[in-house]
Design a binder for this molecule. Structure first.
Ligand code: NAD
Length: 290
């Protein structure tokens, strides 16, 4: 069966435009009550070019909805005490609502430790074990940015999740695991594929909804996809020519899928949108309880 003619490109732009207007309006209201704008602090350690681009995009998006933001830069060889001292200050400040530590971290830092550095109430990346536990228990404080962005995109395009077989390729703490938890909470039956999975193609081909977050360029082609399935590409790879591509072989998959997210323009902008929504949630709840 060939779906190419009717394949839907799940583009984030129209949804982001709507959500930006909505969040800017809510922010204007919140500002009146708080006497200040919601504030996002981003920590960037080192000079990874891709991280610099992501941090700059987050700042631009924050300004578009009326937030204030700052980026705190540390050199690649920053020490743990230096970074922790700044985080202590941000964690305690009543003027900071959300704190994000841009990943990847330089080698001297342990990712297992770093998830504890931002206090749960300001952990807008939803990585602190307390927030992960709340999410898995179905009572999230914040939503995991990329997984929740993916689900918002499906909702906008009226693609239902309940009762479907979903396949998540990847099991990272930032995408694969929280995405599987969210899909389960939406009543999908979830298959999770990782490097240790045998016959991944055959398992993936059972799925109505396929989410690829493997960090492996062009891994998934039409042989992995059931005719008519929806394919969401989370991967981001920058070629030597500067062009972005994903974990999905877009040309191949669109001949069999019913809908596909493009890279760029699909999942990426949604991640930032949810980060802003989490920061808003933090700003609103912090003051309301005081
Ligand atoms: P990661 O490297 O931490 O995890 C990759 C996961 O994929 C692992 O669990 C691994 O077991 C699995 N995997 C790798 N190769 C595989 C293979 N050949 N077969 C089956 N499983 C395989 O990566 P991550 O942080 O989850 O990121 C994944 C991709 O998504 C990257 O390209 C990253 O740049 C991108 N990303 C995009 C966004 C966004 O906003 N769009 C956000 C986060 C990550």
């Amino acid at each position: 069966m060939c779906y190419k003619k009717g394949v839907i490109r799940l583009i984030a732009k129209p949804l982001i435009a709507l959500k930006t207007i909505e969040l800017a309006a809510k922010t204007a209201e919140l500002k009146k009550r708080l006497g200040r704008a919601p504030h996002l602090s981003v920590i960037l350690i080192g000079s990874d070019p891709a991280s610099q681009v992501y941090v700059s995009k987050k700042g631009t998006a924050a300004e578009a909805v009326g937030f204030t933001h700052e980026t705190i830069l540390f050199p690649e060889n920053a020490t743990l005490p230096q970074v922790k001292a700044k985080l202590d200050e941000l964690n305690q400040s009543s003027l900071v609502d959300g704190i994000l530590i841009q990943r990847p971290l330089p080698r001297q830092f342990s990712e297992n430790d770093a998830v504890f550095w931002v206090k749960p109430e300001k952990d807008v990346d939803c990585l602190h074990p307390e927030n992960v536990g709340l999410l898995v228990n179905g009572n999230p404080r914040f939503l995991p940015c990329t997984p929740a962005g993916v689900l918002q995109l499906l909702e906008y395009y009226q693609i239902s999740i309940a009762g479907k077989i979903a396949c998540v390729i990847g099991r990272s703490a930032i995408v694969g695991k929280p995405l599987a938890a969210l899909l389960l909470s939406k009543n999908a039956s979830v298959i999770q594929i990782h490097r240790g999975t045998q016959s991944p193609k055959n398992l993936c081909k059972l799925a109505d909804l396929v989410f690829v977050a493997a960090g492996a360029k062009g891994l998934v082609n039409q042989e992995w996809i059931k005719p008519g399935a929806v394919v969401v590409d989370v991967g981001i790879h920058r070629g030597s020519d500067g062009k972005l591509s994903g974990d999905v072989d877009f040309e191949s998959v669109q001949s069999v899928a019913s809908a596909v997210t493009p890279v760029p323009g699909g999942v990426g902008p949604m991640t930032i949108q949810v980060l802003l929504e989490n920061t808003f949630t933090s700003a609103a709840s912090t003051k309301l309880t005081e």
